[in-house]
Design a protein around this ligand. Structure first.
Ligand SMILES: [Zn+2]
Length: 311
């Protein structure tokens, strides 16, 4: 989602903060809520985590993967830089790779206020605990988080293919939209798409302008996502869904674009006049906005984006 998740109050807070586990396959599960949705792939004695939530909730995710399932998290994928998705990355001292878009890495580094001491990362208390032949009991590094600058980033500009336990995982930037550094993960054998906040389920689409987000870019990116033959999608927030969830988000954005263009073509002389003309279509009335993101804001954004594009 975005900054300010703790300020949600009663509006949608449960959907964002309540943890809910969905075991899709024996070796792949999604932990909904607690910030952004997290996807966990188990392979051998290791695990891949996509979006490790925000600190505080990350610990519970770690407990599940490391203590309950006995796997160590060796790789992370961060779909974008927002704290509710990426904040917990510093809690995975054993991760050998953190896959991010370059803009996400830059933003995480810029936002990190802590000291940067690459020479003294938190050490595990017992390396023996990681011998693969034994049940793994991890000592969580309480208070010993890695500085962001010490994370082993791997930048993904367009596409990287991971092979984990013989399974292909495509990590891709198919365009921006929610921010200017959005990655998705696609599991072709399972026809599963992990979309981050490019897709919301049960909410209207959401962009973060201060992080380079754009409604028009998001619509184009959703077109490309729908070009993948996925059948299930893990949204950034809300429940798991199918292609219809992504199609509806795209439809909202295209309808908004169409309605704003129509108001301009009909002679609305200013941004405020367009805001007065364009109403939320009835078919989207059941979709609440992300808190703090009323429909009028979307109309104003669309108007400005179209103006900047020269439409
Ligand atoms: Zn977000």
């Amino acid at each position: 989602m975005c900054v300010g998740v703790f300020a949600l109050g009663g509006c949608g807070a449960r959907a964002f903060l309540h943890l809910d586990r969905r075991v899709l396959w024996d070796d792949l599960r999604v932990v909904l809520g607690g910030g952004g949705n997290s996807t966990v792939l188990l392979h051998g004695s290791d695990a891949l985590v996509i979006d490790p939530k925000m600190l505080g909730y990350t610990q519970r995710l770690r407990d599940e993967v490391e203590r309950d399932l006995g796997r160590r998290v060796r790789r992370l994928i961060l779909t974008h830089a927002h704290y509710d998705h990426a904040g917990g990355a510093t809690d995975f001292a054993w991760a050998g790779a953190v896959l991010v878009h370059p803009n996400t890495r830059a933003r995480l580094l810029a936002n990190d206020q802590g000291p940067c001491d690459r020479e003294a990362p938190p050490a595990p208390r017992t390396r023996d605990a990681f011998r693969r032949s034994e049940p793994v009991i991890f000592d969580p590094p309480h208070g010993a988080l890695l500085p962001v600058c010490a994370l082993p980033f791997v930048e993904v500009t367009s596409e990287v293919r991971l092979w984990l336990g013989g399974e292909e995982v495509q990590v891709m930037n198919l365009g921006s939209g929610h921010t200017d550094g959005d990655l998705v993960a696609y599991f072709p054998d399972r026809k599963l798409l992990v979309a981050g906040d490019l897709v919301m389920n049960g909410f209207r689409p959401h962009i973060d302008e201060s992080s380079g987000g754009s409604l028009l870019h998001l619509a184009d990116t959703l077109d490309r996502l729908l070009g993948l033959p996925f059948e299930k999608v893990v949204p950034g927030h809300g429940d798991l869904g199918g292609r219809d969830v992504v199609e509806r988000q795209r439809r909202y954005l295209r309808a908004l674009e169409e309605d704003v263009k129509r108001a301009i073509a009909a002679g609305a002389p200013s941004e405020d006049a367009v805001v007065g003309e364009v109403k939320l279509r009835e078919e989207f009335e059941d979709l609440p906005p992300i808190p703090g993101d009323p429909f009028e804001k979307d109309v104003r954004r669309m108007y400005r984006e179209l103006h900047e594009r020269g439409d």
